[in-house]
Design a protein around this ligand. Structure first.
Ligand code: HEC
Ligand code: HEC
Ligand code: HEC
Ligand code: HEC
Length: 155
């Protein structure tokens, strides 16, 4: 073969060698597919432990039952049974150790994010019973009349 063919080939080989060296230096030693094959794709194995140590912030409503059973009981009998407590009160994390109390947000905005009427017929957000924020008992908080843990009963 002629020189003008060999020379670019050397360049290609040098680039490939450079990539392999860079890969050897930079890819972590525990990068791979792990025991469970390709289920989770290629990843760094030590990342699994990092995620196991990640603190779960949301506990779901079963967690509240021991200490606030009255709230659970009434919400499960209402149409709000589909909403998690922490959707309105924020993440429990280690409550009641930390934080000792969860937020209580009585603002209209809290309720309007779901109940401001939206004219979207094809979205399930559009099917939630809506009110006109500028007409429905303005200047009062929704919780003055509606019990958030039992809406619809005894407005
Ligand atoms: C181990 C018992 C325990 C569990 C579990 C628990 N709480 Fe509490 N919670 C408490 C205590 C104690 C207080 C403080 C009550 C006080 O000072 O009036 C409190 C306060 C609150 C408050 C503020 C009440 C106020 O009057 O200021 C809210 C809201 C609340 N909890 C919601 C929740 C939610 C939602 C969950 C579930 C994700 C939950 N809690 C789980 C014991 C618990
Ligand atoms: C739709 C939003 C919403 C949901 C869902 C919700 N809450 Fe509340 N919660 C409120 C509001 C607003 C108040 C304040 C009520 C008031 O001042 O009359 C409140 C008050 C409280 C209080 C303290 C005041 C009291 O009445 O004793 C506790 C404790 C509480 N909620 C626990 C819970 C638990 C447990 C759940 C889940 C079963 C839950 N909440 C679900 C909005 C909500
Ligand atoms: C995360 C979304 C969400 C939030 C926040 C929320 N709601 Fe609801 N609400 C619903 C859903 C879903 C329903 C039941 C479906 C429907 O309306 O047809 C409902 C139903 C209701 C109803 C009708 C009850 C009935 O049985 O006819 C009232 C009244 C109501 N909510 C008031 C409130 C008030 C007051 C707040 C604020 C404290 C609030 N909601 C916050 C989603 C929400
Ligand atoms: C002065 C008391 C009062 C206040 C404040 C109030 N409401 Fe109402 N709400 C009512 C009454 C009474 C009804 C039932 C009659 C009606 O449909 O107007 C009702 C009905 C509703 C309904 C059901 C509508 C339907 O189609 O069945 C929803 C949802 C609702 N309110 C949400 C809210 C929200 C969200 C707020 C705060 C932004 C709020 N309300 C503030 C008294 C109140």
């Amino acid at each position: 073969m002629k020189n003008h063919v060999w020379r670019p080939l050397y360049v290609v080989l040098a680039v490939v060698a450079l990539i392999l060296v860079a890969r050897y230096l930079y890819v972590p030693k525990d990068f791979g597919i792990g025991e469970r094959g390709f289920m989770y794709g290629y990843h760094r194995m030590s990342n699994e432990t990092e995620w196991k140590e990640y603190k779960v912030k949301y506990q779901s409503h079963e967690y509240c039952n021991d200490c606030h059973p009255d709230k659970i009981e009434s919400i499960l009998r209402s149409t709000h049974k589909v909403i998690e407590c922490e959707n309105c009160h924020g993440p429990a994390v280690d409550h009641p150790e930390d934080p000792p109390k969860l937020d209580i947000d009585r603002s209209r905005a809290q309720c309007l994010r779901c109940h401001a009427r939206l004219p979207y017929p094809t979205s399930s957000r559009g099917r939630i019973k809506g009110i006109e924020p500028d007409e429905h008992n303005v200047e009062m908080e929704c919780a003055d009349c509606h019990n958030p843990h039992s809406p619809g009963m005894g407005v």
